[in-house]
Design a protein around this ligand. Structure first.
Ligand code: DSN
Length: 415
């Protein structure tokens, strides 16, 4: 993948861009929130729409010259509506966090109460972490997963809601390997008259393909990011019923954002079109099959998986039992030396810290895009185990690196 126009102007950035493509081609991307967008999505994101201001919405802009911006945004809206079956879709949020921000801004006053999953149990910064604006503007209490099973403690959540009386309950998670029971969270919200925000950022593609149940039509608001499992242009999305449509649109623009990133919205439109094709359902099914195969193979190697497995695109490994002297950060570094890129992650009942956590999170969306199947995942799990068993051993890392090279050669990217 050449960047000739960049190279003419700026060889330093061109070198970095080309090195990044090489890095993605020659290593295994297993960060659960990442994927490899198609060349079509990349082209759309690198298009002349990056130049266009289009504050407002299709047909109601504050700038002239929006004919094609309108066409592109309406296509993104129509395709998302078809994919998810939502009554109203806003495709302008710059990110998943800004999609969540729009919901809070539309529905809450400063000081209102949010009940959300603890970050170390799989939640997200924008669900109420004290370092995030959400934790600072609102009163936040957090629920947890069951310490024994690793599944969301739905009964505990309902009891906590009855006591705390939140204005909104947030579901949908960033490091949670199991199917989410939207209806049980909705029941807890209904019991206390709270709103329900379901953040499907990680599983947007799985929901679109029907391989994870959908909260659309159950939760009051469904937010997501558009570049993870759904592999579209980078950014966020908000879905809601007609009753909240105007509030959400006003909270996105002008409430929280100025001009929409029209080039990214073009990438969303193209990616949504790809996701409407039958092959995308096969992709999503294979993503989950690969995560299950990875989890089973890691378990056979003696690793302890939070919730003992997965229903979605990721596994969360708690290293404390099998490798008490190896932190998630140690594992992340050693694996990257061997060409396997994932992240150290906190685990439920974390005894270290977010900077030096006790687990690793591994996802299959990007490898599945490259064509990896269950037998490849067995090889990947073997490689991960060998490195984590001997994180200081350079010979092991070199041997694994050679296996990674072979896997990458067999599953080429951006040819
Ligand atoms: N940072 C993303 C993740 O890795 O889960 C979520 O925004």
């Amino acid at each position: 993948m050449e960047h000739d126009h960049v190279r003419d102007v700026d060889p330093a950035v061109a070198d970095a861009l080309e090195s990044e493509v090489d890095r993605q081609r020659s290593t295994l991307q297993m960060i659960a929130s990442e994927n490899h967008a198609s060349r079509a999505v990349l082209d759309a994101q690198g298009s002349a729409l990056t130049n266009k201001y289009a504050e407002g919405y299709p047909g109601e802009r504050y700038y002239g010259g929006c004919t094609y911006a309108d066409e592109v945004e309406q296509l993104a809206i129509d395709r998302a509506t078809e994919l998810f079956g939502a009554e109203h879709v806003n495709v302008q949020p710059h990110s998943g966090t800004q999609a969540n921000q729009a919901v809070y801004f539309a529905m809450l006053e400063a000081g209102d109460k949010i009940l959300s999953l603890d970050l170390t149990h799989g939640g997200h910064l924008s669900h109420g972490h004290p370092a995030n604006f959400v934790g600072q503007l609102y009163e936040v209490e957090q629920y947890e997963v069951d310490a024994e099973t690793g599944y969301v403690d739905y009964e505990g959540l309902a009891e906590q809601a009855a006591e705390f009386e939140p204005d909104i309950i947030v579901s949908g998670y960033s490091a949670y390997p199991r199917e989410i029971e939207w209806g049980r969270i909705q029941d807890a919200a209904d019991d206390v008259g709270a709103l329900h925000l379901a953040d499907i950022a990680h599983i947007t593609g799985l929901v679109a393909a029907g391989v994870h149940s959908s909260p659309v039509g159950i939760a009051d608001f469904v937010t997501g990011s558009t570049h993870k499992t759904i592999r579209s242009g980078r950014g966020g999305i908000v879905m809601t019923g007609e009753g909240y449509a105007d509030d959400i649109d006003a909270a996105v623009f002008p409430g929280g954002q100025g001009g929409p990133l029209m080039h990214n919205i073009a990438g969303k439109a193209v990616g949504f079109e790809e996701a409407l094709q039958p092959e995308f359902e096969e992709y999503a099914e294979q993503t989950v099959a690969n995560a299950k195969a990875l989890g089973e193979a890691l378990s056979e190697h003696g690793f302890s998986l939070v919730s003992e497995g997965t229903d979605n695109h990721l596994v969360l490994v708690d290293l404390r039992e099998s490798h008490p002297d190896t932190t998630g950060g140690d594992a992340e570094d050693a694996l990257e030396d061997a060409g396997i890129v994932l992240n150290g992650n906190t685990v439920p009942g974390e005894t270290r810290s977010a900077f030096d956590p006790s687990g690793i999170r591994a996802g299959t969306p990007a490898l599945t895009t490259r064509g990896f199947d269950e037998s490849d995942m067995q090889t990947v799990a073997d490689c991960i185990a060998r490195v984590i068993d001997a994180p200081e051993d350079d010979d092991v890392k070199s041997e694994v690196r050679a296996e990674v090279d072979a896997l990458c050669d067999a599953n080429p990217l951006y040819e």
